[in-house]
Design a protein around this ligand. Sequence first.
Ligand code: OVV
Length: 401
Amino acid sequence: MTTATHTGPPVSHLDPFCDELILEPYAMHAELRDLGPVVRLEKYGVWAMARHVDVYAMLNDWETYCSSAGVGFGNFHTEKPWRPPSLILEADPPLHTRTRAVLSRVLSSSALRRMREMFETRAAALVERLLERGRIDAMVDCANAFPLEVFPDAVGLTKNGRENLAPYGNAVFNADGPPDGALFQSAMKDAARVGPWILAQCRRDALAPGGLGADVYTSVDSGEIDADEAALLVRSLLSAGLDTTVQGIGNALYCFVNHPAQWALLHANPALARAAFEEALRYESPVTAFFRTTTREVTVGDVTMGPEEKVLAFFGAANRDPRMWNDPDVFDITRKVSKNVAFGAGIHFCVGAMLARLEAEVLLTAMARRIKTIEPAGEPVRLLNNALRGLTSLPVTVTAS
Ligand code: OVV
């Protein structure tokens, strides 16, 4: 007999922010998807979505699921943010519309076109150095090395202190997790240590002419934003521009190390590099999840959520949802992945996506042209981060074609 008794929303006792599930989240993702469109995470009193159709719909409804209360654990309406909120990530229209227009212009594909040649020269040189060594750490020597070489120059940062960029980005993403967790606590320490350098680099007089940072400030001259807003938008570049790309590229290399036939395919046809990066983003999404906050009572499926409730959107889970993708656990660089949510969706879709894709495409193309095989040469080491999925070490051997 079926009963009409109301049993309440599906509930999970899993903790997505515990070390074990950060390191190996995919079984949890499947469980959350199978429980329903919206699941209550009992431990934290927040909601979670893991199915593609629901994550996609949530990301496309900023009026119901706002970002201005923060995209991490804390609700800015009731808790003090750990830093002045981002004017683009942690903002809604109309503020977001204005700031987004500035960074959209600065990071547009036409603005980035002039960088491609410099990126290509550096990528080719890097690959020759890798081949001379033969045995390398693909995380340290490629995935970190390449963005660290090109991104700070693209922004127009001073040479001194660039080692502060990666710890800051890492801290920003850890700060999205539960505030009593060890990762959040160490993020606060790192941010206190490197934050002052970061903020100093956001000033107009610290940024080299012709770079992306200086370009943000041209919107001050045109009256679109004021100088304080420009500084915070440069801070967004420095927060979100490095670690994400590093992990995206690293995850792509990890995929290829584990799927040699796919590397052979890319080696035979380096023009697949851009599509290959996109499939790697789907298969191993570098940003695990972001929160939204409900602005009103909203019903999804059988579940009614109240206003001011936190909802976690699992990008990585949506990107492997069998309801959306054929054989989602197969890494296939020829598949069509245009609706993957690795960069988000809707008005907050990654504004730096074109720069990330350019860096990855250029590096993977240079590697594909010259490297015949890339094979495991030791145990990879996973990154422990509340919102970033990736590695800190990936020992490999490379052979030239
Ligand atoms: C997408 C993203 C991640 C982290 C920080 C920011 C953006 C920012 O705007 O500061």
